[in-house]
Design a protein around this ligand. Structure first.
Ligand SMILES: [Zn+2]
Length: 262
């Protein structure tokens, strides 16, 4: 079994964010998964919505993004155009030590870097944000894994990218699975057409899928040690007052999961 949710909530300017103790313990990595507390957005996006394509005021979202950045001590934020793909964006210094120009539209669902002060952001409201940290090669990653990402195993694709680009050893990687749709609420009535049969082992008798368990299994199969995998164990649909939940609210915001090397 996973370790219990080894996480701490810290408040700054009215915001609250969750930290995984095993990743916090690395020392040179800053991260946080923000609740919806604090921020500038009005209902139904109240308050710390970082999603621009939600229908919320652009001005409020940009102020929220600044607040998230400020809370974690600044750095250049990297937001993705998330499309439920298995595409991984790799950001690394070129041979001259320069940071590459940011690819225009950042269409991807995971991002990996070894560059300090690049704050990798994933936006979610039920989907899993899975953060990875390799304290040996000093590499971090942030993954958007909704059910389509889970089916496509974007987690393994991201570890592939860490290994190929930075020489990360999976056995060194620390992983945290953020608040997301839990097995209590992840009902898939059309699972026979949506989810391949080899993944039905995570389904209970009521067509509820345990995608937290699948992420754990995908991490472990790709070489991450079970003791290095921690899940927040918080279901977003069961806690809409704390986290945005698409399934609970339909029109809602997106909360931010952020990781950077300091
Ligand atoms: Zn639930």
């Amino acid at each position: 079994m996973d370790k219990p949710a080894a996480a701490t909530m810290v408040g700054t300017e009215g915001t609250r964010h969750l930290e995984f103790n095993h990743i916090k313990g690395v020392g040179f990595i800053t991260h946080g998964i923000f609740s919806r507390a604090g921020g500038f957005s009005k209902a139904p996006f109240d308050g710390l919505n970082v999603g621009l394509s939600t229908g919320d005021s652009r001005e409020a979202v940009l102020k929220n993004r600044e607040l998230v950045s400020r809370t974690l001590g600044g750095g250049a934020p990297v937001y993705l155009n998330q499309v439920h793909s298995d595409t991984v964006l790799v950001l690394k210094k070129d041979k001259t030590g320069n940071i590459p120009a940011m690819a225009g539209d950042n269409v991807a669902d995971a991002v990996v870097t070894d560059i300090p002060d690049l704050a990798l952001v994933i936006q979610v409201a039920d989907c899993q944000a899975v953060i990875l940290a390799d304290p040996v090669k000093r590499v971090v990653a942030n993954i958007h894994s909704g059910w389509k990402g889970s089916v496509g195993n974007i987690i393994a694709r991201t570890i592939d990218a860490m290994e190929e680009n930075f020489g990360s050893a999976p056995g060194d990687i620390l992983a945290g699975i953020g608040p997301s749709l839990g097995p209590c609420c992840a009902e898939f009535v059309n699972y026979r057409t949506e989810i391949p049969e080899h993944l039905w082992y995570i389904k209970d008798g009521n067509d509820h899928f345990d995608f937290w368990r699948l992420s754990h299994d995908q991490l472990e199969k790709r070489g991450v040690k079970p003791g290095n995998i921690v899940r927040a164990g918080i279901c977003t649909k069961c806690s809409p007052g704390a986290y945005f939940s698409y399934r609970h609210e339909k029109v809602t915001g997106r909360f931010a999961s952020v990781i950077k090397i300091t």
